[in-house]
Design a protein around this ligand. Structure first.
Ligand SMILES: NC(=O)c1ccc[n+]([C@@H]2O[C@H](COP(=O)([O-])OP(=O)(O)OC[C@H]3O[C@@H](n4cnc5c(N)ncnc54)[C@H](OP(=O)(O)O)[C@@H]3O)[C@@H](O)[C@H]2O)c1
Length: 251
């Protein structure tokens, strides 16, 4: 895969955990970031037993300033990160109306500010070296408005926009920026969902798809097809048709 030092936030569970395993199997030394230290240490042991290398960095990315400082320090400590994947995320609160600040605050702090701090924290070092790869795990849910999803769609749309802007600013400086727009993946985040999850992937399948696509340093990794096409098309429908369709699907 070609990465020497990678960092993955949200590595204690789900997609981030599976991606860390893929990157380690591809030869990268992986810095595992999340809050739950026992899960990170267990993953580091799994990676090392399989012949790979891993470091644990316990971090709450909702503290954005501390996160940017910590990632910059890791970059220096490991001698330069080639890849930073901002995967840490939280789903919408289940016990709050989706329009309430109590529902919106945590996803904004973690999924948007935490991701922005994780990615930009690595940038001073990458810019100095003139190479690197920044990856943000966004969602097909960032493509357009969805009912009862303000808390989840808003930070994901912000993250996708951040990545698109960073790409414009950084690609001529040797730094690639990739936005991952994933569909439904079977992880603890979606365990509570009762509505249909078409084309549901396992975390391992999703991670394999992302890891295989990364070396080409693409602007976007949108999957699975045809769900990604449907999401793209849905977002471009005339507004009254779009809204009526979504309300019908939500019933
Ligand atoms: N599952 C899906 O269908 C789906 C679809 C599209 C996109 N995504 C995105 O994929 C990413 C991973 O989600 P997942 O489905 O794999 O969920 P998950 O299994 O619940 O994993 C979430 C990860 O984020 C970490 N995290 C949460 N809050 C954090 C914080 N404040 N500081 C540091 N780490 C934090 C968690 O670690 P700790 O709790 O140990 O801190 C955990 O490792 C998310 O950004 C999610 O939005 C998921």
């Amino acid at each position: 895969m070609g990465y020497r030092h990678a960092l993955v936030t949200g590595a204690s569970s789900g997609i981030g955990r599976a991606l860390a395993l893929e990157l380690a199997a591809g030869g990268a030394s992986v810095v595992l970031v999340a809050r739950r230290e026992p899960l990170l240490s267990a993953l580091a042991e799994d990676i090392e037993r399989a012949g790979g290398r891993a470091l644990v960095e316990v971090l709450d990315v909702s503290d954005a300033d501390a996160t940017a400082r910590a990632i910059a320090a890791v970059d220096e400590r490991v001698g330069g990160l080639d890849l930073v994947v901002a995967c840490a995320g939280v789903g919408p609160a289940l016990d709050e109306p989706s329009w309430s600040w109590r529902a919106i605050a945590a996803p904004l702090h973690v999924n948007l500010c935490g991701a922005a701090a994780s990615l930009t924290g690595a940038l001073p070092g990458m810019l100095e070296r003139g190479r690197g790869h920044l990856v943000g795990v966004s969602s097909l849910a960032s493509f357009g408005a969805l009912p009862e999803s303000a808390a989840y769609c808003t930070p994901k749309a912000g993250l996708s926009m951040l990545l698109a802007c960073l790409r414009l600013d950084l690609e001529d400086k040797g730094i690639a920026v990739t936005a991952v727009h994933a569909g439904f993946v079977d992880t603890p985040m979606v365990a509570h969902r009762r509505s249909a999850m078409p084309q549901l992937l396992t975390a391992a399948e999703a991670a394999r798809h992302i890891a295989r696509a990364l070396p080409a340093r693409p602007a976007r990794i949108d999957f699975p097809q045809p769900l990604a096409w449907a999401a793209r098309l849905g977002a471009r429908l005339p507004r009254p048709l779009h809204d009526a369709l979504l309300r019908r699907l939500a019933r």
